[in-house]
Ligand binder design. Structure first.
Ligand SMILES: NC(=O)c1ccc[n+]([C@@H]2O[C@H](COP(=O)([O-])OP(=O)(O)OC[C@H]3O[C@@H](n4cnc5c(N)ncnc54)[C@H](O)[C@@H]3O)[C@@H](O)[C@H]2O)c1
Length: 333
């Protein structure tokens, strides 16, 4: 495969996409973003004169829109979805229509229209809660929520389409953390950092639950690399993508250390004992992918962004919280 590509990024205006798209452009790719653009439509303003970036405001459920977006593409990085449990549960039918039905249609049309490579953003939450210390890719999937269930159901559908000319890859990212111009403050590390800065108090419910994490820079570097690996390296593969597993209390302690010792941590009892950890040694072993950044880096990056005034009204502006945006925009354009 050549190193330069026409790449479609669905959901490219989201938290991960907003960091990924500039990296793809910097790597010399021609990028098309298909997104609802519900969140911060100005996110790519600085690239408005860049002829290598095409923005399509549309819905991945719409077949004509998909065909327009897929025309001439070499690769698809499929990020668009209702991307957390509360947003999904707010409207399960909408969630299924996007995360499952539209994804299957996208897989099929991509293959039919000659797209060579398809990267699917699944999630490490597909495993559910496991007793095993090392949650590796070969373990059974026991998703606990519909969001995770439909992620899990998409994976085999995509991989079954693999052929000489269609190279699918499934990534199961850990929870992403760190600053993005389309910041999400509904993710563990990000929300704890926000509360430490804005309220000087972090409330930890339980705290012994383990969470896998990956810095947004590492996650987006990996997506860029997925366009560089050979077909043989990635065809039909599934990889966990995580940096490290920490308990929520350990994350809170790191936040306190980075943001300031005046931050108070309050622990409260919780019935939510869901604890999961993923093992990401396979991607290191087979693709040589290693993370470079830490959770501590992510906390420091977010703290810097707050200090620079890049996160105004962090506790109240719905743009930082997918569920609040969904409530506001129940009927997207
Ligand atoms: N952020 C994480 O911690 C994490 C962890 C594991 C997996 N993932 C997966 O990675 C992907 C990106 O995550 P994110 O955090 O950037 O999510 P996000 O919610 O910030 O971005 C998703 C984007 O998809 C768009 N979108 C949703 N439905 C659409 C539709 N019908 N048509 C067009 N656009 C639509 C939204 O407008 C949004 O910009 C998602 O698939 C998510 O499930 C994320």
């Amino acid at each position: 495969m050549n190193t330069l590509h026409n790449v479609l990024v669905t959901g490219g205006a989201g938290y991960v996409g907003s960091v990924l798209v500039p990296k793809l452009l910097a790597a010399g790719h021609k990028v098309t973003v298909l997104d609802w653009f519900l969140f911060v439509p100005v996110v790519f303003e600085e690239f408005s004169q860049n002829s290598n970036l095409v923005l399509i405001k549309g819905d991945i459920r719409d077949e004509d829109t998909i065909k327009q977006a897929l025309a001439g593409q070499d690769a698809v990085i499929h990020l668009a979805c209702i991307s957390n449990d509360p947003s999904f549960e707010m409207d399960p039918e909408l969630g299924k229509s996007i995360n499952y039905d539209a994804s299957l249609q996208l897989f099929r049309l991509a293959k039919e229209m000659g797209v060579r490579r398809f990267i699917y953003a699944s999630s490490s939450s597909v495993y559910g809660v496991k007793d095993e210390d090392k949650v590796t890719e070969d373990l059974s999937l026991e998703p606990l929520t519909d969001y995770s269930k439909f992620k899990a159901m998409c994976e085999p559908e995509l991989l079954a389409m693999a052929s000489e000319t269609f190279v699918p890859l499934v990534l199961r990212p850990a929870t992403v953390c760190g600053y993005s111009p389309r910041l999400r403050l509904d993710l563990t590390v990000n929300i704890l950092t926000c509360h430490a800065i804005e309220k000087k108090i972090i409330t930890v419910f339980g705290g012994d639950q383990t969470r896998p994490n990956i810095h947004i820079d590492d996650m987006t570097d990996l997506y860029v690399k997925t366009l560089e690996y050979s077909d043989e390296q990635i065809a039909g593969k599934i990889y966990n993508a995580g940096y490290d597993n920490f308990t929520v209390y350990e994350i809170a302690k790191m936040v306190q250390e980075v943001v300031g010792e005046d931050v108070e941590i309050i622990r409260q009892d919780s019935d939510d004992k869901r604890s999961y950890r993923v093992d990401s040694s396979k991607i290191k072993r087979e693709l040589g992918f290693e993370t470079k950044k830490t959770v501590r880096d992510a906390i420091a990056d977010i703290a810097d962004a707050f200090r620079a005034g890049k996160v105004p009204n962090a506790l109240t502006d719905p743009q930082y919280y997918n569920i609040k945006m969904m409530q506001q925009e129940k009927q997207p354009a």
